[in-house]
Design a protein around this ligand. Structure first.
Ligand SMILES: [Zn+2]
Length: 106
């Protein structure tokens, strides 16, 4: 039963991320509130977010990351360097060894 609860939690989180994307152009603050809510669900249920969801917002300030608008994406020495323009949080993602790459190679 524990797994069911986590599946529902994940569904709610992805829905909130979608909503955050939808309202972002009109209301960035509301968008941020949706993401705060999504983050709280994540903490409460201790679910692990899939990369696709994690990559959508800043894990420090929960701002929706839009390349060119709220985030800056650069590739440096084989890594993607993503900077959140709201709080300056930097995330470095190795280009090799990512789950997506491994799936593609198989
Ligand atoms: Zn941030």
């Amino acid at each position: 039963m524990k797994e069911d609860r986590k599946t529902i939690a994940l569904e709610r989180i992805s829905r909130l991320v979608e909503l955050a994307e939808e309202v972002w152009p009109q209301d960035p603050l509301l968008s941020k509130r949706y993401l705060e809510l999504a983050w709280r669900i994540k903490l409460r249920h201790r679910v692990k977010l899939p990369e696709v969801l994690k990559d959508r917002f800043c894990r420090k300030c929960r701002t929706l990351l839009k390349p060119g608008s709220t985030s800056r994406v650069r590739v440096r020495s084989g890594r993607v360097v993503r900077t959140c323009l709201e709080c300056g949080h930097v995330k470095r993602i190795p280009l090799r060894g990512r789950r997506d790459d491994r799936i593609n190679k198989q």
